[in-house]
Ligand binder design. Structure first.
Ligand SMILES: C[S@@+](CC[C@H](N)C(=O)[O-])C[C@H]1O[C@@H](n2cnc3c(N)ncnc32)[C@H](O)[C@@H]1O
Length: 249
């Protein structure tokens, strides 16, 4: 079983059509998580911030954040050139936006550079999430915030590292396994001890039903399931405990 970060990048390239659909999906409509983030962020922030979007994909998050932070400069990084090209096309605005091919494990930015560090829906898929988190904190200014969405176990002190293969995707022929890792609030607290002034997890509970988003319903498309107390997202048979993590450095 292989599930290294290089394989993950390779899978994105092999499944390029599928990846493109995923990347572009929430450009012209806000995802439920985007709406939730904007509730957490509150009023537009007019500060002259430096904001980065790490593992930016096609720039969907920044596309929406540009309006929330009308005076900020944006810095986008991803390790996939195809994603960066899409991001450049999607964010063709008069705003100051820089793009960089750089890995979240060794970001080519100086320490304490950014007022806000975003990293959307990526930590769950990385083989060394703690290393990635440390790097995001490193580039954040003291007093600044790291804000990311990933899978977190808020109700149980249990970490879940899941390797999976989606046989409906071309990458499965190369025996490439992907990951969805769920980090407990318990472990997160240990990871952040001494590195952050405070942190908060906002549990994401879908308010509306998601229709199966896969072109092939037997693959890793997502839908919601009604449980007695909440809706929960199911992706390829896995429960997705999404939360937004806000770290104040
Ligand atoms: C699930 S996508 C999320 C994209 C985007 N943040 C969004 O929400 O639409 C994960 C992204 O992480 C990128 N990625 C994977 N490993 C990376 C690494 N080591 N460094 C930087 N980016 C990475 C992939 O190329 C992909 O664009």
């Amino acid at each position: 079983m292989k599930n290294k970060n290089e394989d993950y990048i390779k899978a994105y390239q092999i499944d390029s059509e599928n990846s493109k659909n995923y990347y572009q999906k929430f450009l012209n409509q806000k995802s439920e998580q985007q709406k939730f983030l904007e509730e957490i962020l509150g009023e537009d922030d007019k500060s002259n911030f430096k904001i980065c979007d790490i593992a930016c994909g096609s720039g969907t998050l920044t596309h929406h954040l540009l309006q929330k932070f009308p005076n900020a400069d944006f810095f986008l990084a991803d390790i996939n050139d195809t994603a960066l090209t899409l991001a450049k096309e999607n964010l063709d605005t008069k705003r100051n936006i820089e793009f960089l091919n750089s890995s979240v494990f060794a970001l080519d930015y100086k320490s304490e550079t950014f007022d806000r560090v975003f990293c959307w829906q990526t930590l769950l898929a990385l083989d060394k999430p703690q290393d990635a988190l440390n790097e995001l904190i490193r580039i954040c200014k003291p007093g600044g915030k790291v804000i990311l969405s990933s899978l977190f176990n808020i109700h149980h002190d249990v970490d879940i590292y899941t390797s999976f293969i989606d046989h409906t995707l071309a990458s499965s022929k190369e025996n490439i396994y992907m990951q969805y890792n769920t980090i407990s609030a318990f472990t997160l607290k240990k990871w952040l001890d001494g590195k952050a002034a405070s942190h908060k997890l906002y549990e994401f509970i879908p308010k509306v039903d998601f229709k199966n988003s896969s072109t092939n319903p037997r693959g890793t498309g997502s839908f919601t399931l009604d449980t007695p107390d909440k809706k929960i997202q199911v992706t390829g048979g896995m429960l997705m405990n999404w939360a937004i993590l806000e770290i104040t450095k």
